[in-house]
Design a binder for this molecule. Structure first.
Ligand code: SAM
Length: 205
């Protein structure tokens, strides 16, 4: 019998397709020099970002998520993407096995302890001088009111622990508080979502 996909997973792409279209394209552009690289998307959700990479000539694509429903969407339509149903904080991959790791909207919804564990895991599985691409929220002087209100409204809809973690993440300064400069050097960054989001590309130290 065909398994029913949860409403959250089913609505994810239709709901976020337009707001995140530009973000997805900028990530593609940031990674354009890594078409031959072995890429891992941690907490990939529906795999939207990797499907865009696949359509643009990337071929060694791997992604993981804790939600089997999200992964079942990531697997649809026969993209050349290998999926894994495992925890991003303990993936089981060998040390230094990927050229690029993506963490897109994955940190803000976790408590700080788990978010740090996921970053440590990203560092562990990246090759030396590998690239970490992070997309997440950031509220500061560059954030305009529509971005702040829109993002907060969406996170409030997500509710519960997700919303509590988001509020803590923002209050603690987001990525600034999580990324260890001894582990990663920033190569480039840009702001998105009317200044409420950040896309950062980092090199593993
Ligand atoms: C907000 S979604 C982001 C999805 C996708 N990266 C994107 O850019 O649209 C966060 C995803 O992280 C997954 N997730 C949460 N905790 C996880 C963990 N410890 N390990 C793997 N996936 C996790 C959730 O199931 C969800 O699909």
């Amino acid at each position: 019998m065909k398994k029913k996909i949860s409403f959250d997973a089913w609505i994810y792409d239709p709901f976020l397709f337009i707001p995140l279209r530009r973000v997805r394209k900028i990530v593609l552009e940031c990674l354009s020099d890594y078409r031959r690289a072995k890429i891992l998307d941690l907490c990939c959700g529906t795999g939207f970002q990797l499907k865009l990479l696949a359509r643009n000539g990337f071929s060694d694509l791997h992604c993981l998520d804790l939600s089997e429903d999200m992964l079942s969407i990531a697997r649809k339509k026969g993209y050349p993407i290998t999926t894994y149903h495992v925890d991003a904080a303990a993936t089981g991959f060998e040390d230094r096995s990927f050229d690029v790791v993506i963490l897109s909207f994955a940190l803000h919804e976790k408590d700080a302890f788990t978010a740090r564990k996921v970053l440590e895991e990203a560092h562990r599985v990246l090759k030396m001088k590998g690239r970490l691409l992070i997309v997440d929220f950031m509220f500061d002087d560059e954030t305009r009111l529509p971005g702040r209100l829109g993002i907060t409204a969406v996170e409030r809809i997500a509710g519960g622990e997700h919303y509590r973690n988001f509020k803590n993440y923002i209050a603690m300064g987001g990525l600034k508080n999580l990324l260890n400069p001894k582990d990663f050097t920033e190569l480039r960054r840009c702001r998105v979502l009317t200044g409420g989001g950040i896309i950062g590309l980092y090199e593993k130290v």
